[in-house]
Ligand binder design. Sequence first.
Ligand code: KG4
Ligand code: ZN
Length: 357
Amino acid sequence: MSKKPIILAIESSCDETAAAIISENNNNQPIILSNVISSQEEVHRKFGGVVPELAARSHLDKIDWIVEKAIKESGINLNEIDAVASTAGPGLVVCLSVGLSFGKAFANSLNKPFIAVNHLEGHAHSPRLNSNLGYPYLLLLISGGHSQYLSVKDLNKYKRIGTTIDDALGEAFDKTAKLLGVEFPGGPQIEILAKKGNSNRFDLPKPIINRGGCNLSFAGLKTAILKISKQINNNQDKYDIAASFQKTIEEIMYKKTIAAFNEFEKINKLEKKIFVIAGGVAANKNLRKMFKKLCEERNFESIFPPIELCGDNAAMIGLVGLEKYKLKLFDELDFPAKPRWQLDEEANFLKGAGVKL
Ligand code: KG4
Ligand code: ZN
């Protein structure tokens, strides 16, 4: 039997420094031999958000021992690595540059191919790490920087059918958390606070809910919460705002996902329809519950990555690296860091005031 490829993957696009070793089993299913993630929460907490300069410095401090740990934990030898894959974008350019340069240098020193990976492509395929996912599928990518519905035809074949025209969904969670005085990173805390609150207390806006197809908008929500947050007197007020926000998001995503299903069905005539939800916000349990129910109603199969692989990690980068390795899609060592890198490169820019939907 021929040797299975072994990929070293590196991720440093934002505030997680991560490395992983990925291979596949005899049924050609990916296996994670190691997956090491070091978060910079402590570094950024007192600033209430990611500070690019500090993030880059922290990546520089950690990258070599994170990679060393991933190799050690996988039990492989250096000479068994077949290729090195690094996230090349989108993300903070100073952060991307750390993992990208390290990956290129490592590949060069081993005399093995280098593979540049799109971070969003990592999220898009992450459910393959725990399921037998085929093509095509409808993808909802919801993270701190992106919120998009995409029809996924194959590796590197994406058609965007909806996107946010302002804030990303994770950003809306984080901004709401900040207004409630929750420490960074606040998104996951909203879910916890919401459990103790009355979700009917505040009537929050649902921007572009009845127009714009499955395009999304969350900026108006932040403005509404900013107003309400000025009258917070006690913890119960905070819980009620969190619960009302969580419920409003569920209602927006329910309605917009139906629009996305209709759009997807128009371009794909399929017996079996699959809806994949990925990215950091896909860890939200109430959203997962709502999407599962909606999929049952509409005859879609719902697929999520495991909770621990929803956020940024290198295993998902290694998975894309593995697929590209098998297709011999290698990159040159002068491949640039790409702070903006869309999955659907033909999709129009749809952001800012005056955008036509
Ligand atoms: O994919 P990710 O780790 O990083 C980016 O590529 O952006 O996503 C991070 C985002 C943050 O905005 C974070 O607040 C949000 O995902 N997030 C959540 C939850 N866990 C993470 N939002 C809502 N509920 C959660 N449980
Ligand atoms: Zn991400």
